[in-house]
Design a binder for this molecule. Structure first.
Ligand SMILES: Nc1ncnc2c1ncn2[C@@H]1O[C@H](COP(=O)(O)OP(=O)(O)OP(=O)(O)O)[C@@H](O)[C@H]1O
Ligand SMILES: [Mg+2]
Length: 251
């Protein structure tokens, strides 16, 4: 008898707790319905363009400026940005054993790194209200693996969709720079650093021309999201152009 009573009371407890959970979910929904803006809203901004176009330089400058205004900022890069992603980056770019890598393998590894980055770092940062600055994102895949490696663009898009879901940048900067100038900058940078081989930089001139064309196509297709920055300008001029697009997005 006691046992039955005990069971009944546990059932009653269970249904009460379920009611409480449901009613608190309802309260949360009501709160959002009355005030649809989240308390803090994150912002994803991505930086795109060829090697040596100045992406990392501008990510640092923008991060510094935003932090000086008291904003939470997360900076990251692709491929990489997580422990798993950095291992994939090594395989893609620097491993001495990567010479036989196929275009499809490159596509999938880029997006494996991206899937990890989105879930482990970008989404949690956006949920905290951070401004996330990402040094390359999925436009790099469209430009390099789609246009550069000439993989089917619809297939590339399908795989990118799996990796990022609805985690899309609010704003993207495409740094447009003549190939010769970016090569010159890379040579200057390399003069101060130990040489590290990069498999992707070993591609031929036609490959980089196709990548540049790919970026132009992306910028033309989405002019609202993708802002073209003249990357032959000096560092501070580039930063000023970037700031003109970022400032209106800050709430
Ligand atoms: N606007 C600029 N004018 C002149 N030099 C620049 C400019 N921006 C960056 N640099 C220099 O050019 C080199 C490449 O810049 P940076 O590393 O920012 O490019 P990146 O796009 O991140 O390159 P990568 O694709 O290889 O990562 C660096 O030595 C940097 O100091
Ligand atoms: Mg860089």
């Amino acid at each position: 008898m006691n046992l039955t009573l005990g069971a009944e009371s546990r059932e009653a407890q269970f249904s009460r707790s379920r009611f409480e959970v449901q009613s608190s979910r309802f309260k949360v929904r009501l709160l959002f319905a009355l005030n649809p803006k989240p308390l803090r809203s994150g912002l994803l901004i991505t930086f795109e363009g060829g090697e040596g176009s100045g992406k990392s330089t501008q990510v640092s400058l923008l991060a510094e400026r935003l932090r000086s205004l008291g904003r939470g900022v997360t900076t990251t890069r692709e491929p990489g940005g997580t422990l798993i992603g950095e291992e994939i980056r090594h395989t893609l770019k620097h491993s001495k054993d990567n010479a036989a890598m196929q275009a499809e393998t490159e596509l999938l590894l880029m997006n494996a790194s991206r899937a990890q980055l989105v879930r482990e770092l970008i989404r949690p940062a956006l949920a905290r209200g951070d401004i996330v600055l990402c040094d390359r994102y999925y436009d790099s895949t469209t430009a390099y693996q789609g246009y550069g490696r000439q993989l089917d663009l619809a297939m590339v898009k399908t795989i990118v969709d799996v990796a990022v879901g609805d985690t899309r940048p609010a704003l993207t900067f495409f740094f447009r720079v003549p190939h010769e100038l970016s090569q010159e900058r890379l040579r200057t940078r390399q003069a101060t650093l130990p040489f590290i081989r990069d498999r992707i930089e070993e591609a031929d001139r036609e490959f980089f021309a196709r990548v540049a064309h790919g970026y132009e196509a992306i910028a033309a297709a989405e002019p609202e999201r993708v802002k073209v920055i003249d990357a032959s300008a000096d560092v501070q001029q580039m930063h000023a152009s970037i700031w003109r697009s970022v400032e209106p997005l800050l709430k």
